[in-house]
Design a binder for this molecule. Sequence first.
Ligand SMILES: [Zn+2]
Length: 126
Amino acid sequence: MDIIWRERELSYFTEDDDAAVARRSLELLARDEYDVLVSYQQGYDEWLHQTQPRSPECLAEMRRHIDDFVRLASAARQRWAGRPHALAFLPDHGSHIDPATGLGTHGEDIPEDMELTHFWAVNPRG
Ligand SMILES: [Zn+2]
């Protein structure tokens, strides 16, 4: 995910795992040096390719991603109180079961992979 913006004048922080991503995101939020923070986690995707989209492992990762988002969103709302801001929870792709392997995958031009729900909270007054 972070390679999308490589070669641009941005700061990149690539971490070893999702817990480190959450910690780094909270740290960056507290430092308040950036106008945009993108915090990408990949636990669901890793389990997707080893199991299936709604496996217990995938659902546990999805819940963890939501919990981390709630923590980040709460910290952002406190940090940016009084300033216009937007929060977004944006899955980067959907998933389906590969009939050849029986495992989860993505990247095809099909509704399961392409049609996503994105969640926005726009606070124009802060
Ligand atoms: Zn993947």
